[in-house]
Ligand binder design. Structure first.
Ligand code: NAD
Length: 306
């Protein structure tokens, strides 16, 4: 089988070596397409690929249509909104992600963002401490859980909302389950956003939720920009000059937000939550192992388009 690794933003060398080793030792061939200048290159390269490993690369319906032999796509990372699931499913192509492999990197960034905003973006002036403050974890998955664990270690109180995680699981981990999103936003000094971008969650965090936050509240978004209603975000930041927003995924109206709200907002210049050597290697190796296992045993444990 031919495994194509298509990464517009390449993996670290150690990850590439590890992927190569796993793929070839499993008896497959590997092809690399790195830093490609346009989607056309990906469309050309997938023509004879049986398996595809991508990072944030877009696997569109056109890519799928050009990939006549494709059986599996693995997104080395957690979010898989860059993959046209419907197009893959229609062709019986298995799509997987590599959950958990970059969670620690993202969780560390979320904590760093809380401190950064509490200390005036490291500029002169009196800031505040995060110890004793309350953080609301919006989605208690791999990243959310790690943020909760680290926040508790720093002396924060932690609440979480996730309709798919039973309350007793949160309680056992020292986390207060929120009865509703409204309750959580209403009580927490920080909200750490970890919901995936789905048709249900897109634009779901807007004026009503953010304006419910107590004085000085700060929303920390390391998930996706799409889950925020950006027009309403701008309005709530105008109406409530005490609130703050920091994100790892710049809003479409980020330039406007920066100009209007100065140090009350911040966006990383480029998404960097998972950009650690450790996360890079973990996710790449997991993707290669999942493909080797899929071809050897049919294992579809991490399939997201079942
Ligand atoms: P995960 O799949 O482990 O957890 C997602 C959680 O969301 C699950 O517990 C699920 O029950 C919950 N959920 C789904 N719909 C919900 C809803 N409507 N309300 C509340 N909870 C809901 O994913 P993860 O590894 O924790 O990653 C979370 C998100 O972070 C990803 O979807 C991705 O968008 C983003 N991410 C960003 C970076 C980055 O570089 N900034 C890196 C990795 C992941």
């Amino acid at each position: 089988m031919k495994v194509l690794v298509a990464t517009e933003k390449p993996f670290a060398a150690a990850a590439v070596n590890g992927i190569r080793k796993i793929v070839t030792e499993a008896g497959h061939e590997i092809a690399m397409l790195e830093k490609y200048p346009s989607p056309d290159k990906l469309i050309e390269a997938v023509a004879d690929a049986d398996a595809l490993i991508v990072r944030s690369d877009k696997v569109t319906a056109d890519v799928v249509a050009a990939a006549g032999k494709l059986k599996i796509v693995v997104r080395a990372g957690a979010g898989y909104d860059n993959i046209d699931l419907a197009a893959c499913s229609a062709r019986g192509i298995v799509v997987m992600n590599t959950p958990g492999q970059n969670s620690n990197a993202v969780a560390e960034l979320a904590i760093a963002m809380m401190i950064f905003m509490s200390r005036n973006q490291f500029t002169p002036g009196t800031g505040s401490e995060i110890k004793g403050k309350k953080v609301g974890i919006h989605a208690y998955g791999n990243v959310g859980r790690l943020v909760a664990e680290k926040a508790m270690a720093l002396g924060m109180k932690v609440m979480a909302f996730d309709p798919f995680v039973p309350a007793d699981v949160m309680e056992k981990e020292g986390v207060e389950p929120a009865a509703s999103l409204e309750q959580m936003y209403g009580e927490c000094n920080f909200i750490s956003v970890h919901i995936p971008a789905t048709p249900e969650t897109k634009g779901s965090i807007g004026y009503d939720l953010i304006s419910a936050m107590p004085a000085g509240g700060c929303v920390v978004n390391t998930a996706r920009k799409e889950v925020i209603n950006e027009v309403e975000l701008e309005k709530v930041l105008s109406d409530r000059p005490d609130l703050k927003y920091i994100t790892d995924i710049a809003a479409n109206n980020q330039a406007e937000l920066n100009e209007k709200f100065g140090r009350r907002v911040f966006a990383t210049p480029k998404k960097m939550g998972a950009e650690t050597a450790e996360a890079n290697i973990n996710a790449g190796l997991a993707a290669a192992s999942q493909i080797a296992d899929f071809f050897a045993t049919g294992n579809t444990k991490f399939q997201v388009n079942k």
